[in-house]
Design a protein around this ligand. Structure first.
Ligand SMILES: [Zn+2]
Ligand SMILES: [Zn+2]
Length: 162
């Protein structure tokens, strides 16, 4: 765990027109094996670090938001570089604009944020072998069962819940 006060990770799109900095340790990191993430990445899973929107600071460029269908049927907003179109983060209907799901692979040091949980493993590609010791669920989960208390508190603060 990185000390809260000196946490900073920077990332960028492929062409470099958009740069950003995460200024707080993420709430939780999802490795999602759903078919939708597989299609959007063209790969086997997506790795998303959930962060308060105001803790993902744009340093350069003017990212654009593309409305995209999602598994829930409620849609997602994908923030992309306007030049190379690489996706940097998504916002989903659950927490809305308050929480950004940052695509870990766009960070300069993606190795710093391994998954806290594997989700939708029911549709995991069979050659992907999950590591022991990291929670894995067939579909989704109740955050109260898996998130650290500190992250739950941060989320409540963020959404104005008690
Ligand atoms: Zn770009
Ligand atoms: Zn997914």
């Amino acid at each position: 765990m990185t000390n809260e006060t000196d946490f900073a990770l920077e990332g960028h799109c492929t062409c470099g027109a958009v740069r950003y900095r995460m200024t707080r340790r993420p709430l939780f990191v999802h490795c999602c094996h759903c078919r939708w993430c597989q299609r959007e990445t063209g790969a086997s899973f997506a790795l998303n670090a959930m962060s308060e929107a105001d803790r993902v600071v744009v340093l350069a460029g003017m990212p654009e938001v593309v409305h995209t269908p999602s598994l829930s049927g409620k849609g997602q907003k994908i923030t992309r570089c306007p030049v190379c179109r690489v996706a940097l983060w998504s916002n989903y209907s659950g927490a809305g604009d308050a929480v950004r799901f940052v695509r870990v692979g766009t960070l300069d040091e993606p190795d710093r944020l391994p998954p806290d949980i594997h989700i939708f493993t029911a549709s995991k590609q069979p050659w992907v072998v999950l590591p022991p010791g990291t929670p894995a669920v067939p579909e989704y989960y109740d955050r109260n069962d898996y998130w650290p208390a500190e992250s739950l508190a941060r989320r409540r603060t963020l959404l104005g819940e008690r």
